[in-house]
Ligand binder design. Structure first.
Ligand SMILES: [Zn+2]
Length: 327
């Protein structure tokens, strides 16, 4: 039986797995990300994960290898420049993974961004299963997203399509680290929610670093400042989602990430704001649901995208079908 190799590279952990055609992880390995170390030390951690995976008997049946990475990524050049891994800037990750001695010559690694991987995973096995037009979002310390259009993952020319966190929803809003103003991420990320609550006078629990989860807990207890912070984030998300729905006609929106763990604290105001911003007939009453595949979405999505693109023989194409869900 074929297995799909998968790597998920984030700011805290480098995870790897061999995934079977039903989406089950049959082997897994991980290393902490040496995020402050030089490029070659970082690569050493990736190779160590590949050493573990390739030591398993199932490696002999490796059909493809997907790499989900924190972004930005450039899937044409095969490079990554993760914001939270400063040692890698335009780092040629695809080429350097291909140079691992046990990666077979016939396997071309397929690189995708982490939010696009989450989208591929939700489309294959999660909340967007069977849906032809979906926006999937990760709302955590940042805001990322990916698109399924006409039943296929739409990663875009360089792998960054669906980058909803950097749509401007506030024309003269605060400067964003990306260089623009009033981006969704600056209003709706967990960082933004905590900062907004603190600025308005909310007091975090003693000893806490003041996280969005703390603000959510306060909101559930009825704290009006905490509720307002989530309401503002929900408003920004709704404006970004409504713009996307107007552009491409969505059937479903899936939201994962730490901030989505707040549940109705986020989803209730989000649905309320959607009814204000998404009013045209074709975009009204858009269904918004939580993600289903929290922990392994990056690995499952990397495997899905790699198998789809390898099967299609279009490893460099920006658009890929997703494998059929298991029966
Ligand atoms: Zn921005």
């Amino acid at each position: 039986m074929a297995v799909y190799g998968a790597l998920d590279i984030g700011g805290t952990k480098i995870a790897g797995a061999l995934v079977d055609p039903g989406g089950r992880l049959v082997v897994r390995s991980s290393r902490p990300t040496p995020a402050r170390e030089p490029a070659e030390v970082l690569l050493g951690a990736v190779h160590a994960v590949l050493d573990d995976l390739s030591a398993h008997a199932a490696w002999a049946d490796l059909a493809c290898l997907g790499i989900a990475s924190a972004g930005p990524v450039d899937t044409v050049a095969g490079t990554v420049s993760p914001v939270n891994i400063p040692g890698w800037r335009r780092f040629p990750l695809v080429e350097r993974i291909r140079s691992h001695p046990r990666v077979p010559a016939h396997v071309t690694p397929v690189l995708i961004g982490d939010a696009v991987a989450m989208t591929a995973a939700e489309h294959w096995l999660g909340a967007a299963r069977g849906v032809d037009n979906a926006l999937c979002m990760v709302v955590s310390t940042g805001v990322g997203g990916g698109l399924v259009l006409d039943g296929r993952l739409h990663a875009g020319r360089s792998g960054n399509a669906g980058h909803i966190g950097h749509i401007s929803v506030d024309l003269d809003g605060s400067a964003c680290p990306c260089g623009a103003r009033g981006c969704v991420e600056g209003l709706a990320s967990g960082t933004a929610i905590a900062a907004r609550a603190l600025a308005a006078g909310w007091t975090p629990p003693v000893g806490s670093a003041a996280t969005a989860a703390d603000v959510a807990a306060a909101a559930r207890r009825g704290d009006s400042i905490a509720r307002a912070a989530y309401d503002r984030a929900a408003q920004a998300l709704a404006a970004g989602i409504a713009a996307t729905a107007a552009l491409v006609e969505l059937d479903l929106v899936v939201i994962g990430g730490g901030v989505a763990q707040a549940g109705d604290t986020l989803f209730a105001p989000l649905r309320r704001w959607m009814s204000r911003y998404s009013v045209l007939d074709f975009a009204r009453d858009l269904e918004i649901v939580p993600a289903e595949l929290a922990l392994d979405a990056g690995l499952i999505g990397a495997a899905a995208a790699a198998s789809a693109r390898t099967a299609a023989g279009t490893v460099r194409s920006g658009s890929a079908a997703v494998p059929s869900p298991p029966a």
